[in-house]
Design a protein around this ligand. Structure first.
Ligand SMILES: [Zn+2]
Ligand SMILES: [Zn+2]
Length: 333
């Protein structure tokens, strides 16, 4: 039988010749990013829900073996990992040699590892669940909470590389968001500020006295980081005018006014910003006719609507619209 792919050579492996088989078949896949979580006190490493004291070299290999996926049958394999450092973010070159019948195939993967610190339960008990700050994440939409948590973990990892006193004691999911217990309040504040900056969130700081040590009050601080009501693409109202949000940066919201199409930079400290609609709530319509700012739209319920717009829209295009108090606005892309 000849190879079903090239039709030239003898089919030796599942209908394919050796050359076509090796070109087509990928035996293994591996995520491009993997985390390694270490306790900053006892240096034990977290595997799933279990903590074990193993050398980091062994831990890396075990994490690779746990995450590697075999996409094709094989007889046996060996894995070797090469890296220059195991600090912070580091790259690991993973070589897999696979035996399949009389073939020996080697595949290579480059994985970005990140070393993160989290206090293990044993040390937590030992250090009495030590924390100085609670970082509260609030106002998260369900679909974005993993991304925000991921970003927060990244910042914790970044700061704990410079300051070993910083670690995540525990993390609790609540009805209203997430509470992250951190061992260092100064570092917690930095991370809270970074979150505010990235997501345009507001920060509320509430200190509490947690006890006394050496004649001084010990403070714990709760940093409540609240994400705003709006996201990029949502419609907001500011002083009776409607805008689509194009960017959020710290305290500033960059937005396009829907009636004149002009871009404004709105300071959220000086203006009341109300969300009118989430982007996914906007109704779609098809452009039937457009000339010189006059546009006819066909709504999803097959109504014809005429309106004016500063945005040029081609006939036949699908656009998002905002319906408010008898007016219809076209939302620019
Ligand atoms: Zn072939
Ligand atoms: Zn520990």
């Amino acid at each position: 039988m000849l190879c079903v792919e090239c039709g030239k050579r003898e089919a030796k492996y599942d209908g394919l010749c050796e050359e076509c088989f090796l070109r087509k078949v990928k035996f293994t896949s591996l995520p491009q990013h993997l985390d390694i979580v270490m306790c900053p006190h006892c240096r034990s490493i977290k595997f799933g829900g279990r903590w074990e004291k193993v050398p980091i070299d062994e831990a890396i290999k075990r994490i690779v073996e746990k995450n590697i996926k075999f996409e094709y049958e094989h007889d046996s394999y060996t894995i070797t990992c090469n890296y220059d450092s195991t600090e912070g973010e580091f790259e690991v070159e993973v070589n897999v040699s696979i035996k399949y019948r009389d073939l020996e195939v080697s595949e290579h993967h480059l994985v970005k590892f990140e070393l993160k610190y989290e206090s293990c339960p044993r040390c937590n008990r030992f250090y009495g669940n030590y924390f100085e700050a609670i970082l509260q994440l609030r106002g998260l939409r369900p679909e974005e909470q993993w991304e925000v948590l991921e970003y927060t973990h990244k910042r914790i990892a970044y700061h704990s590389r410079k300051n070993e006193e910083l670690f995540l004691t525990k993390e609790v999911e609540k009805k209203e968001g997430w509470d992250l217990y951190l061992s260092d309040k100064k570092e917690a504040k930095k991370i809270a500020r970074e979150l505010c900056h990235k997501y345009g969130a507001s920060l509320k700081e509430s200190p509490q006295i947690a006890g006394r040590k050496d004649g001084k009050d010990i403070y714990r601080v709760t940093y409540a980081v609240r994400l705003p009501e709006y996201r990029i693409g949502d419609i907001i109202e500011v002083e009776g005018r409607y805008y689509v949000v194009s960017d959020i940066h710290d305290k500033f919201v960059s937005a396009l006014e829907l009636s004149d199409g002009k871009r404004k930079n709105i300071d959220s400290r000086k203006h009341n910003i109300t969300r009118i609609a989430k982007n996914e709530e906007l109704r779609k319509a098809t452009v039937v006719y457009y000339r010189d700012g006059t546009v006819q739209l066909l709504s999803e319920n097959n109504e014809i609507i005429e309106t004016t717009t500063q945005i040029e829209v081609p006939n036949g295009a699908t656009v998002k619209t905002l319906w408010v108090e008898g007016d219809v606005y076209i939302i620019p892309e």
